[in-house]
Structure formats: structure tokens, C-alpha cells
Design a protein around this ligand. Structure first.
Ligand code: GDP
Ligand code: CA
Length: 337
């Protein structure tokens, strides 16, 4: 079976591990989010691609869910001693090597897709990992300017930030997520560059040749939403004529991990399993899995034209994660019938 999975970082990577266990003979192509990519210290960092690569390749820091196991932070400390930041982004020594290799290859003219393939030659993730695009896409988040004071105070001219307008400022997604821990509301989420981006080589072919497309419990806005914002990808999935099944990252009205509710609010979507399914919509999704805690959402999702089942959706260990993947495959079989 040929399966295409759109993936962000932790949620996507952990689910993929379960999918590989549930369907070891399948040929899995992962289309990874690159909207989170950021240049730091002159290096190109691709957090979501690396989380998938390290998780499936056995190099991940298991408890943390991102970064390398057995990591040290000497380079970061030395940079800080020079006063060179940002200090809020955790790049470890082992991880640095990945970014150095990537940046060097890109400087030599290789597209990100070729670089990712080269990095995967070491990690052997057991899937074909493709960036959604070789072009630069950067997710920005519009926030109230933290340096401009609260707009509610009024009267006082805020001045300040170069991009500031009406006391609002666009920041890189990582600055919002990692530096500010999504502590303030997001007014908008913009995948800058997406409109001009082309799907990376292999992406559209993989979708056209797929027997099944899965949306793991990745962030619907800044992971899967960003991938779908690359022109051609959403259309290819909708037109593929194969089952498209997703798993809810929201359980009991809140994201299982992280702050997805903040970016869902920015696009006007409630943090419920049913609302996320409706956000994708029946034009894209054929099936949707919600957690057993959200069994009462099944009816609303089915009323929206999406087949829905309530099953345990916590990826607590390898077995529970594989069971989720088996449920997704079973639901795909059902919607196809
Ligand atoms: P990121 O790029 O590292 O943020 O990772 P993803 O976008 O791939 O996944 C993030 C999402 O995974 C979050 O919104 C979480 O709610 C969701 N998530 C994490 N662990 C679990 C889990 O055990 N079960 C479910 N259903 N969702 C999870
Ligand atoms: Ca991410």
C-alpha cells in the first residue's frame, strides 16, 4: 500500500512510528512542513523535517520529543559568551552538525529536497521524507507588539517596531512559539511565500500514486495548514480519489501537547475535535478519528459529511500509537467501501 502522510513535528513523527509498526510493508511518503524553518547563526534549521528524521531514525530525545538524544550545548554556551543569540532556541551540539551539513549543501546549490534525502541516507527513517517545497516559506504570526505597551492604554504613541502598525507586529512562528510560548493571542497566521511556492519534486506524484492519504494529529494550522497552503497540494489530495483520513490533535477541547488552541483561534476555529474536522472540511477529509473522550462529537462530524469514529488517541507508547494507525487504516477501508 502506498500511503502519503502530511506531517509537522512531534505529533506527526510519533504517529509515523506507529504507522510503520502497523503497516510495515507499506510504502510511506511523508510531506513535511517547512513553514517552521528558520535561519539561526547563519544556518538553515528545519525543525519539523528533523523531528521526523530523528524520531524515525532513532536519534530523537524521547522525552522532549524534539532535538537529539544525549545532547550537549557547548556551542550554544560559547555563542552566548560572545553575546550572540538568540538564546531562546535550543540548538544542541549534535543538532548543529545537521544544520551545518544542510546549509553547506544549500550553499553549494542543492535544493532542500536533495539535502533532506542526503541527511536521511544517514538516519534511514524508513519512509520517503519530502519537504513540502524547495522554496522558502516562513510562517509569521501577527501579535500585539510586546515592546509597544498594551494597546488598551491608548493615547500614547507607541512608535517602536519597524513593522509595527496599530501596535501589532509580525514575528517568525518560532519567536511566537518558542520565545513567547504563545503567551499572547495570535491575530493572524501567515505562511509567507506559500502562494509563490511550488510543491517539491515528488510531492504531487506521490499524492497521485497514493492509495491513501493520512493527516496525523499534527497542528491543523501551522503544520498541516501550511503544507496545504502550497498551491497544488490541497487540490491534488482532494482530486486523488483515494481515502483521506485524519486524527484529531485536540482531545477534550484542548490540544494534547503545546498551544495549538492559540493558532486555531487565529483562524477562527474552536479547539474541539469536531471543529478541526469541519475546518478541513468534507471536500478534503473522508474520515476523522476523535478520542473516546470526544465520542459525543461523532454525530456533528458525520453530519458534516465526514465518517467519524471515537477511539483512544493518546500516543502514550508504541502499542497505543500503532493501534491508532490501525484504526486510521480501518476507517480508510470503510470510507472506500
Ligand atoms: P510540532 O510541529 O512539533 O508542533 O508537531 P505537530 O504539528 O506534528 O503536532 C503537534 C500536535 O500534536 C499538537 O497540536 C498536539 O495536540 C498533538 N499531539 C501530541 N501528542 C499527541 C497525542 O498523544 N495524541 C493526539 N491525538 N495528539 C497529540
Ligand atoms: Ca512544527
Amino acid at each position: 500500500m502506498r500511503i502519503v502522510v502530511l506531517a509537522g513535528g512531534i505529533g506527526g513523527a510519533r504517529f509515523l512510528r506507529g504507522l510503520k509498526a502497523a503497516s510495515p510493508d507499506s510504502d510511506i511518503t511523508v510531506i513535511g512542513n517547512t513553514g517552521d524553518d528558520i535561519h539561526l547563526f547563519g544556518l538553515k534549521v528545519c525543525p519539523d523535517l528533523d523531528t521526523v528524521m530523528y524520531t524515525l531514525g532513532g536519534g530523537i530525545h524521547e522525552e522532549q520529543g524534539w532535538g537529539r538524544a544525549d545532547e550537549t550545548f557547548t556551542v550554544k554556551e560559547e555563542l552566548a559568551a560572545y553575546g550572540v543569540g538568540p538564546e531562546w532556541f535550543g540548538l544542541g551540539d549534535r543538532d548543529f552538525a545537521t544544520h551545518i551539513v544542510r546549509t553547506q549543501m544549500i550553499a553549494a546549490g542543492y535544493p532542500l529536497s536533495a539535502v533532506t534525502e542526503a541527511l536521511c541516507a544517514r538516519w534511514k527513517p524508513g519512509v520517503r521524507l519530502l519537504p513540502m517545497t524547495d522554496d522558502r516559506v516562513e510562517t509569521h504570526v501577527l501579535i500585539d507588539d510586546p515592546e509597544a505597551g498594551a494597546p488598551a492604554e491608548g493615547g500614547e504613541a507607541t512608535g517602536g517596531g519597524a513593522a509595527g502598525r496599530g501596535g501589532r507586529r509580525a514575528v517568525h512562528f518560532q519567536e511566537y512559539w518558542v520565545r513567547h510560548r504563545a503567551a499572547m493571542p495570535a491575530h493572524a497566521v501567515v505562511p509567507v511565500g506559500a502562494e509563490q511556492a511550488k510543491p517539491a519534486p515528488g510531492v504531487l506524484d506521490a499524492i497521485a500514486e497514493a492509495d491513501l492519504v493520512l493527516f496525523p494529529p499534527s497542528n491543523p494550522v501551522v503544520s498541516i495548514g501550511t503544507i496545504l497552503a502550497v498551491p497544488g497540494i490541497r487540490e491534488a489530495i482532494a482530486d486523488a480519489g483515494v481515502p483521506v483520513v485524519g486524527l484529531s490533535p485536540v482531545i477534550g477541547g484542548a490540544p494534547v501537547r503545546g498551544m495549538a488552541d492559540k493558532v486555531l483561534a487565529a483562524v477562527g476555529v474552536e479547539s474541539t475535535a469536531a471543529a478541526v474536522a469541519q475546518h478541513y472540511g468534507s471536500g478534503l477529509l473522508d474520515g476523522w478519528l476523535v478520542d473516546t473522550a470526544d465520542a459525543d462529537a461523532v454525530e456533528a462530524v458525520e453530519a458534516a459529511g465526514i465518517r467519524c469514529r471515537a477511539v483512544p488517541l493518546l500516543m502514550t507508547d508504541a502499542e497505543s500509537t500503532a493501534a491508532m494507525a490501525r484504526e486510521a487504516l480501518a476507517l480508510a477501508g470503510e470510507v472506500q467501501a
